[in-house]
Design a protein around this ligand. Sequence first.
Ligand code: SF4
Length: 259
Amino acid sequence: MSATVSVLSEQTTNPLNSSMLSDIQSGRLEALSAQEILTWSIKNFHPRIILSCSFGNPEGLVLLDMMHRIEPSSRVYVLDTGRLHQATYDLIDRVRDRYDKNVEVVFPEAQAVQTMVNEHGMNLFYESLEKRQLCCRLRKVEPNRRFLANLDAHVTGLRREQNVTREEAPKVEVDSDGRLVKINPLVDWSSDDVWTYVRANSVPVNRLHAENFPSVGCGPCTRAVQPGEDPRAGRWWWESPDTKECGLHVDDEADGSGI
Ligand code: SF4
């Protein structure tokens, strides 16, 4: 593995202060590269910053690799919905071994999932948008919110070209409650940029990508795509593109939109 550089030496605890807010609000960070954004973020927030990685998209693994090179003790977590593919679980363990890194696994609240399944069935998500959103909310959105409540910042692999709902995503933003900083270092990357980095750095990725799964989510809600199809066509393929979000990247899903 290539040499790593620690940025922790000069660092103390860093709550969101006026200097950071000024960096964010001025738009200055938008001009920085992905590695520069991550260096700024880790310097300001580590260890209260964490990478959100689904282990189902190459973007998260690219960021994990970059963050590990900047700071070997950088943190990563995965939401285990209980319905992930075996290939995703295998990749989590591969990453643990390759980087000698603890992947923090976050589970949904067992009682809430049990009640939902007993009320609506095992495969409720196929029955209506509302039931699919309920499942995503209980298995993803609420555990995610609970977990991030104790942190200052999180890093995501969002790219603007992934979906109509992501076209306006900035590189750094503050959530609507003004407390949690969201870092999106790859927003201006193309899919080719991502795969070039993966190949150049031998980054481990989900083996289902080689079976025409560009994006790997939960087993029942992901399928392979045909040549020429939109890369996200395999996620919740029975829904229209403007509802295809699980809610993790939507500020206010009070009306259920985007979950
Ligand atoms: S992607 Fe499907 S199985 Fe996974 S949480 Fe959402 S609805 Fe449930």
